[in-house]
Design a protein around this ligand. Structure first.
Ligand SMILES: Nc1ncnc2c1ncn2[C@@H]1O[C@H](COP(=O)(O)OP(=O)(O)OP(=O)(O)O)[C@@H](O)[C@H]1O
Ligand SMILES: [Zn+2]
Length: 512
């Protein structure tokens, strides 16, 4: 049962083999910091967070680097609008990024290099490219000569002839860069300073780097010539990642990354959620509605990471319901552990326990590792762990991994309900303890954490099981044509923050 990964480069799912045994070097192309992050960025960050967590769970020592692009026209425009500086804008949105990601329980990367802090590495790469004949200066700019790199197009599957045909129509006299380029598909490594814009001294004159070279330099500085996993959104395959390969591999003569992984887009009515289209919702807007951050995580992880997903209010409501079930399971031990007589003596692995979880990195947010006040059993349920791994090892199939955890959570919630109403459970306390501990440990691999305090977004005070029971009573009343009673139940649910929706497919509900 080994991990296999779909590799964009080879267009195949391949067994995962690392350059160095037991170690993974991973780089994720992070955000351009000119505004608050939106749900699309959240999806990317959550997916790569969980990929990293899962690799750690398997026992790998993972070095995870995520960059901030802090030089960019969009940041400059924002600075101009606000009469501020590029540094101030970038700093503000980097801060906001950390706030948002903490709320979503995204673990901190091992380092967050920034373009502005990597100027030496960037210039060194451009210099080497020029020396080797892959780059040419033109009027204070420096361009990459795409034709010099015969493998150009290997990641995206695009052919130079097609690019030429596509690009030639767009290069005209109005495009100043176009006139400096030898070929229309050549791209800028360095751009000459424009009046009033931030600039750095360089052998080609004052200027600033192009976007693609930043990442090549940051990967090399932080992780070396060849890494294991290079990740990013599918929108970056071309030209960004194609260009990174062309730059890095031309200089080193080695493969830049063995595996290229890409997440699918969050879409709205079939179009990519993006700032430029204006069809976005920021993470903070969504969370302040309020939406439980863990429901956002569930919304993301319920879909396969490579597939596009549509953002709709309904989808978030469904994920919120799913999260409430999972949450009930995760809280089981905290709610009933004492009553079930889980003794302190059974403790085995301590607070941070968790089979295979050898991470030395602390999450940004508080972890939901089993509460240190509660005892932990000696082991997880091997059969459940086995099924979870078998699911996720198949190209990080998180939806299938979740499908292993959800029934376990449901079952614990049911047992909790029995305990409350009948004073006893069907399953033995020892077995329940192992089930709960297994659930909590595996849920944490997916980054789910349940607060022990009642969740502020659920002020109705009703558990899922109670809501379902009321809906059953309502159904019975309707069957008996006692509509006064069925309406009364619906109104009561409504008053307690639960929306009830009747449709031809049955009755659904969600918390408002
Ligand atoms: N709608 C989306 N769905 C999933 N991932 C996305 C989405 N938008 C951006 N990403 C990913 O988030 C990361 C940071 O992207 P970046 O800051 O370059 O945003 P962008 O694509 O320019 O978005 P925008 O145009 O909205 O600013 C990249 O890996 C990118 O692929
Ligand atoms: Zn990049």
């Amino acid at each position: 049962m080994t991990l296999t990964i779909y590799n964009t480069l080879t267009r195949r799912q391949e067994p995962f083999e690392t350059v160095e045994p037991g170690k993974v070097k991973m780089y994720y192309c992070g955000v351009t910091v000119y505004d608050y992050c939106h749900l699309g960025h959240a999806r990317a960050c959550i997916i790569w967070d969980v990929v990293r967590r899962y690799l750690q769970f398997l026992g790998y020592e993972v070095t995870y680097i995520q960059n901030f692009t802090d030089i960019d026209d969009k940041i400059l425009n924002r600075a101009r609008q606000e009469n501020s500086s590029m540094e101030a804008v970038a700093e503000r949105y980097i801060q906001a990024y950390f706030e948002d990601m903490t709320r979503l329980n995204v673990k901190e990367a091992d380092a967050y290099p920034r373009a502005t802090h990597t100027m030496n590495g960037i210039q060194r790469l451009i210099f080497e490219l020029e020396q080797k004949g892959y780059a040419y200066p033109a009027d204070g700019d420096v361009y990459y000569a795409v034709k010099q790199f015969p493998e150009y197009g290997k990641l995206s599957g695009r052919r130079l002839e097609d690019l030429q045909a596509g690009a030639s129509g767009r290069v005209d006299a109005e495009d100043p860069e176009g006139r400096k380029k030898q070929e229309p598909f050549d791209f800028a490594l360095w751009k000459a300073a424009k009046p009033g814009e931030p600039a750095w001294e360089s052998p080609w004159g004052a200027g600033r780097p192009g976007w693609h070279i930043e990442c090549s330099a940051m990967v090399r500085d932080r992780l070396g010539d060849t890494i294991d996993i290079h990740a990013g959104g599918a929108d970056l395959i071309f030209p960004h990642h194609e260009n990174e390969i062309a730059q890095s591999e031309a200089v080193t003569g080695k493969s830049l990354s063995h595996y290229w992984m890409h997440n699918g887009m969050v879409k709205v009515n079939g179009e990519k959620m993006s700032k430029s289209l204006g069809n976005f919702i920021t993470i903070r807007e969504l969370l302040d509605r309020p939406t439980d951050p863990m429901a956002v995580r569930l919304f993301v992880l319920q879909a396969h990471y490579r597939k596009p997903i549509d953002f709709t209010d309904e989808a978030i409501a469904a994920a919120t319901n799913g999260w409430h079930t999972l949450r009930e399971g995760l809280l089981f031990g905290h709610q009933y552990g004492k009553q079930l007589g889980w003794s302190q003596e059974t403790g085995g692995q301590g607070e941070q326990g968790g089979q295979g979880s050898n991470s030395s990195h602390q999450p940004l947010a508080t972890s939901n590792s089993p509460d240190s006040r509660l005892p932990t059993p000696d082991s997880l349920l091997p059969e459940v762990v086995q099924r979870f791994k078998a699911a996720v090892n198949d190209d990080f199939n998180f939806p299938n991994g979740l499908a292993v955890l959800q029934p376990l959570a449901k079952e614990l919630a049911r047992e909790g309900n029995l305990l409350v109403h009948q004073g006893k459970t069907e399953t033995s306390p020892e077995e329940l303890q192992r089930q709960w501990y297994t659930l909590v440990t595996l849920a944490e691999v997916l980054g789910f954490t349940a607060e022990i305090e009642p969740d502020t977004t659920t002020n109705d005070g009703l558990s899922d099981t109670e809501i379902e029971a009321m809906l059953e009573q309502r159904q019975a009343a309707r069957k008996a044509k006692n509509f006064a009673e069925s309406d009364r139940i619906r109104d009561e649910l409504q008053a307690r923050g639960i929306a009830v929706i009747d449709s031809r497919d049955g009755t659904r509900w969600h918390r408002n």
